[in-house]
Every structure is written in C-alpha cells, then in structure tokens.
Design a protein around this ligand. Structure first.
Ligand SMILES: [Zn+2]
Length: 216
C-alpha cells in the first residue's frame, strides 16, 4: 500500500475515530495507543518508592514528576484529555501487583464541589475508577473534602500545612486495607491530612500511593 493509501485507510477506519493514532506527547504515529513506546521508556521509576511508614500508614510515590510523566499529568489535568487516565492508572495497577499489596477499598483525593466544577472532573477519581475496574475492588465512599482551600502554590511551608489542616473527613467506619490514589506528591501535606482522617475510622493498613513525586 502506498503511504497515501495507508493514510486514507487509517483515516476512514471507523476504529480510528475512537482511538488516537498519535502519541499525545510527541505526536508520533501509534497504533491506537495514547503514548508511544519511546515516550513511555522515558518514564523515570523511583528506586525507593516507599517515602515513609508510620504505624499502619504507608506513603509511596512510583515515578519522578518529570519529562513524560509531568507532561502526561498536565495533558490530563489542564488539556483535559481524560483518555490518558487509563495509561496512568495502568502504572499504578502494575505497581500494586508487583508489591503484592492486599486491599479491599480504593479511594482517591477528594475535591470540593467548586473545585470539581472548575476542572470538570477529578483526575485522581478517574485513575481510581480504572484500578477499581481492573482489580474488582469497590471505590471507597465517605472520604470527603469539607473545607475550601487555597492553591498551595505561593504559600510558605507553614501556610501550606495550615491551609490543608482538617480539610478532609471520613464519614464511615471501614474494615480492610485501603489504597488512596494521588497524582502528584509534593510536600506530603495532602497525604498526611487524608490518611489522618481515614486512620480515625480504621485500624487496617492505609496505602497512600502517588503516581509521581516532585523531586527537588
Ligand atoms: Zn511519544
């Protein structure tokens, strides 16, 4: 087939109307993938994903927030290409399987209704939904963000901590290990506040997993 014929055949294949044929980062042709293999290979996995462990709470970050990973998260959050949430969720699915993590609930970092309205969706919920589907584990209800907070950018260390203080509430008591999904781990204030709220309602293990971590 000539390249023009190939191009036209691709163009008029009804499947291609649904599937992207270009890498969302570099624009290279792919066969229905959102990211090409070259861009995927550039993802930097952290050698030590466990950030901290306090009693029954474990904090993890899987990759470095840089290059392909930073671009992918921005494509999701700011260019609002929700289709890429599945690729990002797959990285977490592989991680929990490799670490042999046992859990019975899967949660995400909740947003307040005005925050959800502003973005149009919650990216951590989109990822949690994919993981829930793949692992056949229900989404955790009852974790809510009950306080409107300022953007963390531009606040100093003490203000950031104060800003998120008591911002999250867990309404129901739960049994069984819990995984909470976040996109980017920066200062750890969000992770600390969320896990504190959940820990009031359970003695089971809480695994807070961020897809990427900002490393200075
Ligand atoms: Zn690419």
């Amino acid at each position: 087939m000539t390249s023009l014929a190939k191009h036209l055949a691709n163009k008029f294949n009804p499947l291609n109307l649904l599937l992207p044929s270009h890498c969302l980062i570099c624009g290279k042709n792919t066969d229905g993938e959102n990211l090409c293999s070259d861009c995927k290979e550039k993802i930097r996995y952290l050698e030590y994903p466990l950030i901290e462990h306090k009693k029954n709470i474990y904090f993890y970050a899987i990759t470095e927030y840089k290059g392909t990973m930073e671009k992918s998260i921005k494509i999701l959050k700011f260019r609002k290409r929700k289709i890429i949430a599945k690729d990002l969720a797959n990285i977490i699915i592989d991680f929990v399987s490799k670490e042999k993590m046992q859990f019975e609930h899967i949660g995400f970092v909740p947003m307040t209704p005005p925050e959800t309205r502003e973005r149009g969706f919650n990216q951590t919920y989109l990822m949690a939904k994919e993981i829930s589907k793949a692992n056949k584990i229900p989404i955790l209800n009852g974790l809510k963000k009950t306080k409107e907070t300022k953007k963390q950018v531009g606040l100093n260390k003490r203000e950031r901590k104060e800003n998120l203080k008591s911002a999250f509430k867990m309404t129901d008591k739960i049994e069984g290990n819990i995984v909470i999904i976040d996109d980017v781990y920066t200062t750890g204030n969000t992770a600390a506040e969320i896990t504190k709220a959940i820990a009031r309602k359970t003695k089971s293990n809480i695994y807070f997993i961020a897809l990427a971590r900002k490393i200075n």
